[in-house]
Design a protein around this ligand. Structure first.
Ligand SMILES: Cc1cc2nc3c(=O)[nH]c(=O)nc-3n(C[C@H](O)[C@H](O)[C@H](O)COP(=O)(O)OP(=O)(O)OC[C@H]3O[C@@H](n4cnc5c(N)ncnc54)[C@H](O)[C@@H]3O)c2cc1C
Length: 467
């Protein structure tokens, strides 16, 4: 790693190397600031969870060639209010939605390209713009632009200390090549994500069960910067005990399994725990509205494990996991392959099949195929499991992100306890997303919040530095 001269202070120190960090760095550099981006991960793994994304949600007038639409401000706000159920700062929510309308053009200016959505993407073509080449493609374009603007980027340099005096950022200490190195800056943008990869921190709320969680994204989002800011007296926002968790393929790696390990098979069959018993209505509502409850449901089962079971009628109806489904000619053999008690699974399937009330199956709407007299019921898409071969995917909770963050105002300025805005400390992205998204999720809003507040923070730091 080449030696870098940090003796002169930078105008702007940006912590993190994902979407929010890059949007802030590019905006500040375009305004003439000398900017450093401090990425904790090695270069190959740069970009945090942004690497795994596929799209961002934005207001648009329907003329974008890669989207259907239009998608109006009111619709976006309605979607946001519905999922957050009041846990949002209304001013910041309105700001996010309003400024999302600038993102397609702004991203395009930075070299990010979009494509029409592929099939199996939860019908998001109207509201969400899909990156050509996915999140990694978008990141590569943003890094190229940042470099061209003279932004200094250091990799493999986790921040281990922040020096903050009377609500004023002074310097950050990084660990590079095993040595601590101080970087001074006139202003700070914290964009270092949440704490979802910090199992010990998750254990505070989930106990030992957290050992069995899989983390869908980067192992580098351990929340160190968030912790330092909260310890320095920045106000917190968002429920610390909550995280967004979906059911993913249990064979996924501990970290970074990404989108390819998500399972959309649940509504097509039944889900049992390791005792071979069903525990929740698999057909309660359409999959986009329900997929995010299944992480928590699986987390509550013994061993934090469960199995999605379906038959040959459904194998082609959903986007599969990257791992092949486990297949067997009979339910008893399937149970044996999964390590379940064949008699227990056989009983559950028999009871389910008897309770299925015939209807007209249609997985694109809430159909009339439901069970009768079964607890828990299956309210839609209930078809007898009677067509071999039989299939299963093992499930585990897959953690996407955490909700705890730092409180900010409309200028993306961090607020210290008592609501006092810092003069030179700004935040963007997942580290402050809880201001807008206090609970729930609407697909694509993580990237929207990062880009909107990244740009606002970039404008804020450059205005501060110029004065
Ligand atoms: C599998 C998956 C799919 C997703 N798909 C979508 C999607 O399609 N659309 C969408 O909007 N959202 C999606 N999300 C959520 C999205 O990834 C986040 O909302 C978004 O990436 C947040 O951007 P960010 O820049 O704030 O954080 P990140 O992109 O996570 O970046 C955080 C950065 O901080 C760095 N860092 C952490 N600690 C330190 C430290 N101590 N010192 C220095 N650097 C540090 C990390 O290395 C990383 O570079 C998805 C998430 C996952 C896990």
């Amino acid at each position: 790693m080449p030696a870098l001269d940090f003796s002169d202070p930078f105008d702007v120190v940006v912590l993190g190397g994902g979407n929010a960090a890059l949007c802030a760095a590019i905006t500040a550099a375009r305004a003439g600031c000398r900017v450093i981006v401090v990425e904790g991960a090695p270069e190959f793994y740069r970009g945090g969870n942004t690497r795994h994304t596929r799209n961002l949600r934005c207001v648009h007038d329907g003329t974008a060639p890669t989207m259907t639409g239009p998608y109006a401000r009111e619709e976006f706000l309605d979607d946001l209010y519905r999922v957050t159920e009041g846990r949002t700062d209304e001013r910041l929510a309105r700001l996010t939605v309003a400024r999302s309308s600038e993102l397609l053009a702004w991203m395009d200016e930075q070299g990010v390209r979009f494509q029409p959505p592929l099939g199996g993407t939860l019908s998001l073509g109207k509201s969400n713009a899909f990156f050509l080449g996915g999140g990694r493609g978008a990141l590569n374009a943003l890094y190229r632009k940042a470099r061209a603007l003279g932004v200094v980027v250091v990799y493999d340099a986790p921040v281990i200390e922040l020096v903050i005096e009377s609500g004023h950022f002074m310097s950050a200490t990084l660990k590079r090549n095993g040595k601590a190195q101080s970087v001074r800056g006139r202003a700070l943008v914290a964009a270092a994500g949440g704490f979802e990869a910090n199992i010990d921190w998750l254990k505070k709320y989930w106990g030992e069960a957290a050992d069995n969680f899989l983390i869908r994204g980067t192992p580098y989002n351990r929340g160190e910067v968030l912790r330092m800011l909260l310890d320095a007296g920045v106000e917190s926002v968002g429920d610390p005990t909550q995280c967004h968790a979906v059911a993913i393929d249990a064979r996924a790696p501990k970290f970074d399994g990404g989108i390819a390990t998500r399972l959309d098979s649940i509504i097509f069959g039944i889900v049992v725990n390791r005792e071979g018993k069903r525990f929740y209505d698999e057909g309660e509502d359409t999959w986009p509205k329900r997929y995010a409850i299944w992480g928590r449901l699986v987390a509550q089962q013994p061993g934090q494990t469960a199995y999605s079971i379906f038959d040959a009628q459904s194998i082609r109806l959903f986007m599969p996991s990257i791992f092949p489904a486990i297949e067997a000619p009979t339910i008893a053999e399937l149970a044996a392959r999964l390590g379940l008690d064949p008699a227990a699974l056989g009983r559950t399937v028999d009871e389910f099949n008897v309770a299925v009330h015939p209807g007209t199956f249609d997985h694109t709407r809430l159909d009339d195929c439901a069970t009768q007299g079964l607890t828990p019921p299956k309210s839609h898409w209930a078809r007898k499991l009677d067509t071999p071969p039989y299939y299963a995917y093992p499930l585990r909770p897959g953690i996407t992100f955490t909700y705890l963050g730092v409180r900010v105002n409309e200028e993306a300025r961090m607020l210290f306890e008592g609501g006092k805005p810092s003069a030179n400390m700004f935040a963007a992205g997942e580290i402050m997303a809880g201001n807008v998204l206090g609970r729930g999720y609407v697909a694509g809003i993580g990237m929207t919040i990062g880009a909107v507040f990244g740009r606002i923070a970039g404008q804020g730091v450059s205005a501060y530095v110029r004065n």
